[in-house]
Ligand binder design. Structure first.
Ligand SMILES: [Zn+2]
Length: 171
């Protein structure tokens, strides 16, 4: 039988929470009581297996890394969705060949996106609300020189996101 009055003290002893004097008393009891010794061994084993678990023991660095990984995967997911959106607009609006440029914001800060120019006879910028970019309005044909045969019509679509510029090349 386990000595009831010892149980709590054994538990405290196993976790190192007893003062030296009390710990010595428990050790003394354990030396002559097999039941309590067994209990102590079980508690110790439990405690060690618990300590092996990461729950509640996540270091700050691990947490930061985990967060970073989550953010990264979310960012990729968003980028993919935008890409799909751009492709959908491409298919819906123009039958011509479309060149979708996805600019890395790190290498191309926002103003740089506006500077991505393709020498072209015609260039139009259309603002599209990022989600959902349903309306891509084409300006009425303003008086301008007609693109010569063979010259591709280039339409640049600027989304609300400065790191996305969609460039159309229409044959
Ligand atoms: Zn005992």
């Amino acid at each position: 039988m386990i000595c009831r009055e010892m149980e709590e003290r054994i538990a405290l002893h196993v976790s190192g929470d007893l003062e030296t004097g009390a710990a010595a008393e428990v050790d003394e009891h354990l030396a002559r009581c097999l039941a309590c010794r067994t209990l102590a061994a079980e508690l110790k084993a439990n405690r060690e297996s618990m300590i092996g678990l990461p729950v509640g023991e996540i270091r700050e660095a691990d947490y930061a890394e985990l967060r970073a990984r989550l953010d990264e995967s979310r960012r990729r997911e968003r980028a993919l969705r935008r890409w799909a959106l751009a492709a959908a607009v491409s298919a819906a609006v123009l039958g011509g060949s479309a060149l979708v440029r996805f600019l890395d914001p790190a290498r191309h800060p926002a103003p740089a996106a506006a500077r991505v120019e393709t020498p072209a006879p015609v260039e139009r910028a259309v603002r599209v609300p990022a989600p959902p970019p349903m309306t891509v309005a084409r300006k009425p044909a303003a008086p301008r020189k007609t693109p010569e045969a063979g010259e591709p019509l280039v339409v640049k679509i600027v989304t609300d996101d400065p790191d996305i510029v969609i460039v159309w090349l229409v044959d």
